[in-house]
Write a protein that binds this ligand. Structure first.
Ligand SMILES: Cc1cc2nc3c(=O)[nH]c(=O)nc-3n(C[C@H](O)[C@H](O)[C@H](O)COP(=O)(O)OP(=O)(O)OC[C@H]3O[C@@H](n4cnc5c(N)ncnc54)[C@H](O)[C@@H]3O)c2cc1C
Length: 422
């Protein structure tokens, strides 16, 4: 395979990781006139829907990058949240009023394609198959190493392709942004712990074509200690995620699959068998009217609740899943990560413009991001039900905070509408 012609990287900001957060960070930095290069160890953008919705404030952020229409053209609007227990609807909450805007459901792969195309259109270098392996904060700059990865055929009896480090490329940057996901090399090199701040949540996730009329609704079902959620996707595909009891053997299942859709064997994970999906639908959401068509994707995913105690130091800072993880229902990790991408770009601009020698704006970025996540995880105080709040919301107040499709002020506004003060 022919390597990239780039021999060494000199840039104002190096972004490690071209997931949604890293690519958004690069777009925000570029829009502010800051030179940026993105490297990613993977061969290209992801191939699946993973974090599949954009919150109202994320849509505004994408609008500022001129990308709102592009994502809207490939997604479906989600105009209401409907809360249920097993047998009936408890409350419907229209989005788009009282400070809570509508969301957009769009597969993460589609979003990543749009972001990668926007980087290409702006001429921002995005080097795939380039892994950040090492760096040193030198005070006024960051120096380090990126390895270009090569695919080679290995094995004799059963030959297969695997990835190897090929050419090593030195880099120099004024700043490094680690948006390199939950196994972040940046975080580990900085020796920042990734502390558990809540119990892990395991979900059996199914995507299938349904003949139910598209309802543009996020359905959240809370009962018997489990959460189930339905997000609509374009082309009448729906995603149902059913919380299951913890399976500790699942750590390796949380691999980002970049080739084909991820299938986890039904034999290895009985919770993914087709008949089990039928059981979940009958048992947990008997009111769901859709006839099940093609089952496109199923996966058992363990979502941990983790948070760093600090977002970085000096000239190296984290954003996105590199710094935090949470459950899947409200798609908060990716959306909050995109908010961080906007904030870190503003902080870098301020730092570079004002000639700060100390990274004061970045320290503020880190503190603000930490505040937001402590709030999301309810670390600084439990949710409180207002007088007159219904039993359903009272009973689920704590869990609700991490299931709503919003963060920050949008989350507080949604909470207020169901009588919960987060
Ligand atoms: C199977 C699965 C299902 C999911 N389902 C949901 C869901 O239902 N709801 C939800 O909210 N979220 C879900 N998520 C999580 C969601 O995908 C993430 O929150 C989101 O992708 C975070 O974006 P990010 O850019 O921070 O990190 P990522 O998307 O993880 O991107 C990190 C990037 O960094 C690259 N990278 C890693 N190491 C290096 C290195 N050393 N050098 C260079 N590049 C590197 C990786 O290749 C990757 O492209 C799911 C994730 C997975 C894996």
């Amino acid at each position: 395979m022919k390597g990239s012609p780039v021999k060494k990287i000199e840039t104002e900001v190096l972004v490690a990781g071209a997931g949604p957060v890293g690519m958004c960070a690069a777009l925000f930095l570029d829009a502010k006139g800051i030179g940026v290069t993105v490297v990613d160890s993977a061969p290209g953008v992801g191939t699946h829907s993973y974090g599949l919705a954009l919150h109202a404030d994320t849509l505004e952020r994408l609008e500022s990058l001129g990308l709102r229409r592009k994502v809207e053209a490939r997604g479906v609007p989600v105009r209401a949240i409907r809360f249920h227990d097993r047998s009936e609807e408890v409350q419907s909450l229209p989005l788009g009023e009282d400070g809570t805007g509508a969301c957009l459901s769009i597969g993460q792969a589609e979003l990543e394609e749009i972001l990668a195309a926007a980087l290409r259109a702006r001429g921002v270098p995005l080097l795939w198959q380039h892994a950040l392996t090492d760096f040193r904060d030198e005070g006024q700059s960051v120096q380090g190493r990126v390895d270009e990865l090569e695919q080679r055929l290995i094995g004799y009896a059963s030959a297969h392709m695997d990835w190897f480090a090929g050419r090593t490329k030195p880099f120099t940057a004024r700043l490094l942004v680690g948006a390199d996901g939950h196994r972040s090399v940046t975080r580990r090199r900085l020796k920042i712990p990734f502390e558990e701040v809540g119990t892990p949540e395991t979900f059996a996730v199914f995507e299938f074509k349904s003949d139910a009329p598209p309802d543009e609704v996020l359905h959240i079902v809370m009962e018997r200690g489990h959460v189930s959620a339905h997000w609509p996707l374009p082309h009448n595909v729906c995603r149902w995620s059913f919380e299951v009891d913890d399976c500790s053997a699942l750590r390796s299942a949380r691999e980002k699959d970049r080739d084909l859709a991820q299938w986890v064997g039904g034999l290895a994970y009985p919770a993914l068998r087709e008949e089990v999906l039928g059981h979940f639908l009958d048992d947990r959401v008997p009111w769901f009217a859709g006839e099940r068509g093609n089952l496109y994707w199923r996966s058992l995913v363990r979502f941990e609740n983790r948070l760093v105690p600090r977002f970085g130091a000096g000239r190296v800072w984290l954003a996105g899943d590199a710094a935090h993880l949470t459950g899947p229902v409200g798609i908060q990790s990716m959306n909050q990560g995109i908010a961080e991408a906007g904030r870190i770009a503003a902080a870098v601009k301020e730092m570079f413009d004002d000639g700060h020698t100390e990274p004061v704006p970045l320290i503020e970025y880190g503190n603000e991001s930490l505040r937001q996540w402590r709030f999301l995880h309810g670390i600084d105080g439990p949710a409180a039900a207002a007088e007159g709040t219904g039993e359903y919301f009272k009973a689920h107040a704590a869990r609700l905070r991490r299931c709503l499709p919003a963060t920050g002020t949008g989350l507080r506004a949604l909470g207020e509408r169901v009588g919960i003060d987060f």
